[in-house]
Design a protein around this ligand. Structure first.
Ligand SMILES: *Cc1c(COP(=O)(O)O)cnc(C)c1O
Length: 408
């Protein structure tokens, strides 16, 4: 008799985006003449930039030629890409991360989920509330929770991120062994300063915890004194894994390329309290279960670091950030409390009159024909908030704000 992994039965139904999809489809079916503007799901809309596309094509041509054809590549990624990352994302910022400690993958979603495999199921996991839903769901799948109550999985340590604490979590009452942090944050758009991040690194060092640092939106940071990498903080290499992705940085959501840094200094402990380096475990996991990212995609990703690539990508990011600025300004002028949008492609809005996130979703969909994301879908502390994404085109962004202004 085949038995299922019962941890999957603990997952709550109605994952956020399918539910949004259902409501939008129903609205469109009932109102076929209405033009719906989608500012919900966190997906980019601009095409790959020319230098990336050029390298992508070159990679494909190499694969079509007997002399330059490549079969299986290194599971950890090609050296040319790992070196480019080590230089541009780290060395040029004064951080020494050897290319060897960088693992190329097909996505940060996969990596932030898969990383749990190399840690014991008895770890207590700390997760910000609200946040990207993948951390909580993969914690459930890996068997670290038991039951669900009032929006919370029992066994997860939730760390509320609210207006009161500037959307930066405080140390929870119970100490987590694994701590998911995401800055710039999805959905709140909040960033942690060096001082704030240092507190967490020191906390992890003191408690022998590990920080799982998701910096998928690093490229959107515009302000000074905001760390682009957790390794800008002294001692972080001993306590942090960093996840980065080309998805939002360079429009790779459909192309698929990301990377994870597991520093050689990072250690975790066995049941006898003996320290073990984590990197060999991740290397073993990847070499066993992953066969690398396709060569043309890695070629395309490396082009992100060429002078032309950098320039072209900066223009795309500036375009999205200008959308965010327009939304922020318009919503603030309409009397909404607005957060984020400066170092992130998300604007986080407080609903008026304590309206719930889903009520506001339905109102915005029905009256303005605009789709956003209910804050409560990212965790109970997101209730009463709403996320607008800056990834739509300029015209739609302006029009959406105008329509929201005209709501009853
Ligand atoms: C979009 C996003 C990612 C990127 O995931 P990929 O699998 O690399 O596309 C990672 N983390 C957060 C918080 C995100 O919003």
């Amino acid at each position: 008799m085949a038995r299922i992994n019962e941890n999957y039965l603990k997952l709550q139904a109605g994952y956020l985006f399918p539910e949004i999809g259902r409501r939008v489809s129903a609205f469109v079916a009932a109102n076929p003449d209405k033009k719906v503007i989608r500012m919900g799901i966190g997906d980019v809309t601009k095409p790959l930039v020319p230098s990336v596309t050029k390298a992508f094509h070159e990679g494909v041509n190499e694969m079509a030629n007997a002399e330059t054809f490549r079969g299986y590549g290194p599971e950890q990624g090609y050296a040319f890409l790992r070196e480019a990352i080590a230089k541009n994302d780290y060395r040029d910022r004064g951080i020494d991360i050897p290319a060897d400690d960088i693992f190329i993958s097909d996505g940060s979603k996969c990596d932030t989920g898969n990383i749990q495999e190399i840690f014991g199921h008895d770890n207590k996991v700390g997760i910000c509330d609200p946040v990207y839903p993948v951390y909580a769901d993969t914690t459930v799948m890996s068997g670290k929770t038991d039951g669900f109550d009032a929006g919370y999985y029992k066994g997860i340590i939730y760390m509320p991120c609210t207006k009161e604490n500037g959307f930066i979590p405080e140390f929870p009452a119970e100490t987590p062994d694994l701590i998911f942090l995401c800055f710039p944050n999805n959905p709140t758009g909040a960033v942690a300063t060096k001082e704030e991040l240092k507190k967490w690194v020191d906390y992890a060092r003191k408690n022998k915890s590990i920080i799982l640092y998701d910096a998928a939106y690093e490229a959107f940071i515009t302000e000074e004194n905001i760390p682009h990498s957790i390794y800008e903080i002294e001692g972080a290499k001993e306590v942090a894994i960093e996840f980065r992705s080309f998805s939002k940085t360079a429009g790779f959501t459909g192309t698929r390329c990301a990377f994870t840094v597991v520093p050689r200094e990072l250690k975790a402990y066995d049941s006898a309290g003996k320290a073990h380096p984590v990197k060999p475990l991740w290397n073993r996991r990847q070499t066993t279960k992953f066969n690398g990212v396709s060569y043309p995609v890695q070629k395309a990703a490396a082009a992100v670091y060429t002078p032309e690539g950098k320039k072209e990508i900066a223009e795309v990011i500036a375009y999205y950030l200008e959308n965010a600025r327009i939304m922020k300004e318009s919503l603030a002028a309409q009397g909404y409390e607005v957060f984020g949008g400066v170092n992130a492609p998300y604007v986080w809005v407080r609903t008026k009159n304590n309206m719930s996130s889903w009520e506001f979703f339905d109102k915005v969909l029905n009256e303005a024909n605009v789709v956003g994301t209910p804050g409560s879908g990212f965790g109970p502390a997101g209730e009463g908030y709403f996320r607008f994404s800056a990834f739509a085109d300029r015209e739609s962004t302006v029009e959406a704000m105008e329509r929201i202004k005209n709501m009853k």
